[in-house]
Design a protein around this ligand. Structure first.
Ligand code: AHR
Length: 307
């Protein structure tokens, strides 16, 4: 069955140089900028003629960007799909045009499009596990009687928002002394995270834990907490995901408890996977990235390499 499926994927001829497209979804946060830079950094040594687009936060523009890469006849396309459903037509169209697609960092809905069949592989982290790790850190480190948690969700309809919520919420549901009192999207953005937190603080002044699906929203929430006269890290424990420089600094300053790593450095693994695919190798459907956990114990050791 594996062979039959693999034959449906567009092949990639071995060449001295590849025309590679990287269709970035937005560039409004350090994570995205670090990811794009990681692709640029490997382009020369991988013999890529790299085209980068920026969809500026619009799934429709990201679909159009992939369209134009198809029209330009790229050899391969690396795509971080902003939303699980909206980018499926782009994946299908590239495949129909004979261009292998590799999903990077986010997934599309697996009920509709599958690795090894519609696209070659997914390169990325286990987002469910990241949510579970964040929740388990909270369970192990919360020393109050009752945790009242505000959850700031990522972009609605994106795989990290869905999966980080699932992983976190299922661990919290097993705790008698922990409740998620509100859960709302902050679109993975610092500004939106701050605004949503300001509003939720009015309705839920007794909050004592914030779980943000990424560091940018966590930093926004910290700003809102401080403006309201609270002391993050003391009155309210902040739990997050990514491992950005600002988050590590907040951990060192005692404002954030944990940031579960989600690495944006996909360039080297993308290069390796493309070369293996061109050499006729079978690519595993999920090329997994292993993530670390940053806390007060190790944040200072990693801040220099952070982005
Ligand atoms: O898909 C990964 C997520 O997207 C990162 O956690 C977030 O910061 C980024 O925008």
């Amino acid at each position: 069955a594996g062979l039959a499926m693999a034959q449906q994927l567009p092949p990639l001829e071995q060449k001295d140089s590849y025309r590679v497209g990287f269709a970035q979804m937005e560039s409004n946060n350090p994570w995205r900028i670090a990811e794009t830079q990681s692709f640029r950094d490997v382009a020369e040594q991988c013999n890529w003629n790299l085209t980068v687009t920026d969809a500026a936060g619009s799934a429709a523009k990201q679909v159009a960007d992939v369209d134009s890469m198809i029209a330009q006849g790229m050899d391969a396309i690396f795509l971080p799909p902003r939303e699980e459903r909206a980018l499926i037509p782009a994946v299908m169209k590239a495949r129909a045009a004979g261009i292998p697609v590799f999903l990077v960092d986010r997934q599309v809905d697996p009920a509709v499009a599958r690795a090894g069949e519609h696209y070659v592989a997914f390169l990325g982290s286990d987002f469910v596990e990241q949510g579970q790790t964040a929740a388990q850190w909270l369970v192990d480190n919360f020393d109050g009687e009752e945790a009242r948690i505000i959850e700031l969700e990522g972009t609605t309809g994106s795989s990290p928002a869905n999966d980080r919520k699932q992983g976190f919420d299922e661990v919290i549901a097993e705790q008698d002394n922990m409740t998620i009192i509100a859960s709302q999207s902050g679109d993975f953005s610092r500004d939106t995270g701050r605004q949503v937190m300001e509003t939720l603080l009015q309705a839920h002044p007794n909050v004592n834990v914030v779980y943000a699906h990424n560091d940018e929203m966590a930093i926004g929430a910290i700003q809102a907490l401080e403006v309201s006269g609270r002391t993050p890290g003391e009155d309210v424990l902040v739990v997050s995901i990514d491992g950005t420089r600002d988050a590590l600094r907040a951990i060192i300053n005692g404002k954030m408890g944990v940031s579960v790593e989600s690495s944006p450095f996909f360039g080297p693994v993308a290069c390796d996977v493309l070369n293996r695919y061109a050499a006729g190798g079978t690519i595993e459907p999920w090329v997994r990235v292993e993530d670390r956990v940053f806390t007060a114990d190790n944040a200072a050791d990693h801040i220099d390499e952070a982005y």
